[in-house]
Design a protein around this ligand. Structure first.
Ligand code: GLY
Ligand code: MN
Ligand code: MN
Length: 433
């Protein structure tokens, strides 16, 4: 029986053999990258392997690992043998995957690359002097990375499952009155990872902090009767990320009604993730949806058309609807129009909309509308937009809750979208989300 991994490897081999022939190459080397040091220090930055190399293997790649791809041959893995007494040994991981690879163990000083053919291109950090410059190769392979294989979708599904456990633990920690730091630790423990393994640094904001889009602190102090928790945090499965946001509230009030409305709107957007759909059109639908909520919840009295014309929705939703998701949280190729690397960056959405692709079957994207009460943007609105129609005293009330974001990871399937995040939460059964 063909495993998901074998089928994945066959698909990657086809993609790269096509690239080898398109660029008239004999080999492509993919490098995971090297560790880098803090300035004047002997500690290294956290390491993430280059996604082009990571994509080929079913376990998390470390530094200084190289793959050699040649047409008609098994791929070669050049594995860095670590022979020092400071670090744990790093044997080649066991498993069936080994049948499909030539494995070469190499010490740092070994000249494994001396044998490479002349027409070898290099992808990844540290281009080496022997490699032929190959303009366009990266864009060529990046474009097809947007369409995920079943092996990759399964990894993102597992990453969602672990992160959903973390989000539920975070919700309980919030309801128990914990601090931002304690909530983050509860998330990490339940999702079984330490902070450096997160696909991105988790965002944990209570109350007004929920209005800071990339709030980077974790307050140690507990806050009496916190009202809102916005948590944007994911997990990683051999490099594949989940990227999930939930907004939890303590009280049933006007703000929780707004959260419920945004949640409904978010789910209706997720249902539109289908092949052939322009992601940009979904972003436009979101702006309409936000203006509808502002009107229905009596935050803005202007009609939908007037709001759109005056860019009122952007005051409350100042970012893009989402992005491609994969080995990188903001996966590569989101702005590419084609394999040649031409870009599609319509001025009206630049620079915030990270995906302008037409959706294809098995693309995975995030859908993450938000509605925030951001002091800086509200002041700007009052200064610059005449007759904005907004109820400023109501907005003042809402500011103490910060804001809302709800983010799911969704696969475009042929007949219906598959919401990996909602599936992961419903499997947990302990949540009423
Ligand atoms: N967590 C980053 C993002 O949602 O795009
Ligand atoms: Mn996120
Ligand atoms: Mn995201």
């Amino acid at each position: 029986m063909t495993t998901l991994y074998q089928a994945h490897l066959t698909e990657l081999t086809n993609r790269y053999e096509d690239a080898l022939s398109h660029f008239n190459l004999d080999a492509i080397v993919l490098a995971s990258g090297e560790k880098s040091y803090y300035f004047q220090d002997d500690h290294t930055h956290p390491f993430h392997a280059y996604s082009g190399a990571q994509q080929w293997l079913p376990f998390t790649l470390g530094a200084e690992t190289y793959l050699i791809i040649k047409a008609g041959q098994k791929p070669t893995l050049v594995w860095p043998v670590r022979d020092d007494f400071w670090h744990a040994p790093n044997p080649v991981p066991a498993g069936d995957w080994q049948q499909h690879w030539n494995i070469v163990e190499a010490k740092k000083a070994d000249k494994w690359f001396a044998e490479l053919p002349e027409k070898t291109a290099w992808l990844g950090p540290q281009p080496m002097s022997f490699s032929t410059p190959c303009d366009g190769l990266k864009a060529y392979v990046d474009f097809s990375k947007a369409v995920k294989t079943p092996f990759e979708i399964n990894a993102i599904k597992k990453a969602n499952y672990r992160a959903a456990k973390g989000h539920i633990a975070a919700k309980h920690a919030f309801l128990d009155g914990m601090s931002e730091l304690e909530i983050h630790l509860a998330f990490l423990q339940a999702s079984q990872q330490h902070a450096l393994q997160e696909p991105y640094a988790g965002i944990v904001g209570l109350d007004e902090h929920a209005a800071v889009l990339h709030y980077e602190y974790k307050a140690i102090e507990r806050q009496t009767n916190s009202r809102t928790l916005l948590i944007d945090a994911g997990a990683s499965e051999h490099g594949y990320a989940s990227d999930i946001t939930r907004t939890f509230v303590r009280h049933n009030d006007e703000f929780s009604a707004l959260v419920d409305s945004l949640d409904k709107m978010e789910q209706s957007l997720c249902a539109k993730v289908l092949p052939g759909v322009e992601y940009r059109a979904l972003h436009q639908d979101t702006l309409i949806g936000i203006s509808t909520l502002l009107h229905e919840h009596k935050i803005c009295s202007l009609s939908i058309e007037e709001q759109l014309e005056k860019r009122i929705p952007q005051v409350f939703f100042p970012h893009g609807l989402g992005h491609l998701l994969g080995l990188q949280v903001h996966d590569v190729g989101g702005h590419q129009a084609d394999k040649a690397g031409n870009l599609s960056l319509p001025a009206e959405h630049a620079p915030f909309l990270r995906c302008t692709r037409t959706l294809e079957e098995n693309m995975v994207v995030t859908i993450e509308p938000g509605l925030y009460f951001i002091p800086m943007l509200l002041e700007k609105m009052q200064a610059e937009i005449r007759n904005h129609g907004c109820d400023l005293s109501k907005i003042q009330q809402f500011m103490q809750y910060g804001g809302i974001r709800i983010e799911d990871n969704v696969v475009a399937k042929e007949t219906a979208s598959e919401n990996l995040t909602r599936e992961a939460f419903s499997k947990q059964e302990t949540t009423n989300l």
